[in-house]
Design a protein around this ligand. Structure first.
Ligand SMILES: NC(=O)CC[C@H](N)C(=O)O
Length: 427
């Protein structure tokens, strides 16, 4: 069987391809020369599989899509506080090249507009950007010197921004050098597959899904995705988020990325732009993908099955001690806050009989979140305090995968206060 995914993606391009509305970014001479009809789309799943359709060979400058990645590198190098001290995280509601600072703090509003991005760039050097972007993409990226030179010839607005930044003490660097570095950052050549993989790295908590390299820490990826959500589409961020609902970033060469946490990275390329500087057909492609695939991050998920699959009083409930009566709790689904709140409430409402074994069976659990694990262990600790002989059945090692509690694998887990509870592989 051939997977239908490429056919589906081609169909999306076909339906969105007819719109020739919008304009090329004429303020950068080299971009005004681009072939306006090119159209491409790529998806990168978090196991590293990439689907790409349309003009997948097209290479274009990354432009403002560089901003969340440069922001991530600055966060990784300097920490959150140092970066937030320089650049805020509030949507400006203004155009990407607005000459403005936040009233009060005197910082650029956010790292997605040019003022913020020039400031972020001043925290990095060219080599760090090159190596960092290449790590996100999983291949050595190169600057298009023509595009770089072309933009620098007409960069008066960015120079104005940089002079404003230095005048207000936001950057120390020479404003012309700051702009040159920032425009270099915008001039890396990419294709849609690169962008999908880069977006997927953010969606994957900072681990590049193809190379397996951890490029940035989890919190860094979350911070970058957060500002993409609130500011990535500039003064169209609200419209974008209500209709598409995916953390995203656009660039004036026509690229667009979306990163869906825990799911995948997406990219589109089509050079004609709307009045906000976002790709016209790129936006349409994402609207279509989001509605077809139910990818709005705030879509309420369907109700989960209850965490307690079965609760039975059974003889010989515990494999460790086949002689006693006991209670068997078969837990299913996700061990997260919501599920454990329900389970602990149930154990409070209908506690197991005073003597005997209590077996907490995780055979049917598919994921254990850190908070869920802590709640479950606390439940086990309290059952132990009440005098029960508690044990876990954990065939997949889900509990231990998260902790150092049982480094030597001696078959017990510390549930707190030094209380050891046996863990067995099967009942
Ligand atoms: N929105 C964009 O992609 C803008 C990037 C472009 N290099 C600029 O600074 O004007």
């Amino acid at each position: 069987m051939d997977t239908p995914l490429p056919d589906y993606l081609t169909e999306v391009l076909d339906t969105c391809g007819g719109d020739d509305g919008g304009e090329l970014a004429a303020y950068i001479p080299e971009l005004a020369e681009a072939d306006p009809d090119r159209l491409a789309l790529a998806l990168c799943m978090l196991d590293g599989v990439v689907y790409a359709v349309g003009d997948t060979d097209a290479r274009f400058s990354i432009q403002s899509i560089s901003k969340p990645f440069a922001y991530a590198l600055a966060l990784a190098d300097h920490g959150l506080d140092a970066v937030v001290e320089k650049v805020g995280v509030e949507p400006s509601g203004e155009a990407f090249n607005e000459i403005s600072l936040e009233v009060g703090s005197g910082r650029p509003f956010n790292p997605m507009i040019n003022a913020g991005a020039i400031t972020v760039h001043s925290l990095l050097d060219d080599e760090r950007v090159r190596a960092g972007f290449s790590a996100f993409a999983g291949r050595d990226l190169e600057v298009d010197e023509e595009i770089l030179g072309s933009e620098l010839e007409t960069a008066d607005r960015n120079y104005a921004i940089a002079y404003m930044l230095r005048n207000h003490g936001v950057i120390d660097a020479d404003p012309r050098a700051a702009v040159a570095g920032y425009v270099r950052q915008c001039s890396y050549l990419v294709g849609v597959e690169d962008l999908a993989v880069m977006a997927a790295t953010l969606a994957n908590g900072g681990v590049q899904p193809v190379t397996g390299e951890r490029v940035v820490e989890r919190w860094v990826a979350r911070q970058a995705l957060s500002v993409m959500t609130t500011c990535g589409m500039y003064d169209a961020a609200g419209d974008w988020f209500t209709s598409v609902g995916i953390p995203a970033k656009s660039g004036v060469s026509g690229g667009l990325i979306g990163a869906l946490p825990g799911k995948g990275g997406f990219s589109a390329f089509s050079p004609r732009l709307d009045g906000h500087g976002n790709s016209v057909r790129g936006v349409q492609v994402f609207e279509r993908l989001s509605s077809d695939m139910g990818m709005h991050v705030l879509e309420t998920p369907p109700p989960a099955r209850p965490p307690l699959r079965e609760h039975a009083s059974v003889p010989q409930a515990c494999a460790l001690d086949g002689t006693q009566e006991g209670s068997l709790y078969e837990i299913q689904g996700s061990v997260d806050f919501v599920a454990m709140e329900q389970l602990l409430r149930e154990l409070d409402r209908d506690p197991p009989p005073e003597v005997g074994n209590v077996v907490l069976d995780l055979t049917h659990v598919h994921e254990v979140r850190d908070v869920g694990r802590r709640m479950l262990l606390e439940g086990a600790r309290r059952l132990d305090l009440d005098g029960h002989h508690v044990s876990f059945v954990d065939p997949e090692g889900m509990l231990r995968a998260f902790s150092d509690d049982d480094p030597d694998g001696d078959g017990t887990i510390d549930v707190g206060d030094g209380t050891e509870v046996p863990v067995v592989r099967s009942r």
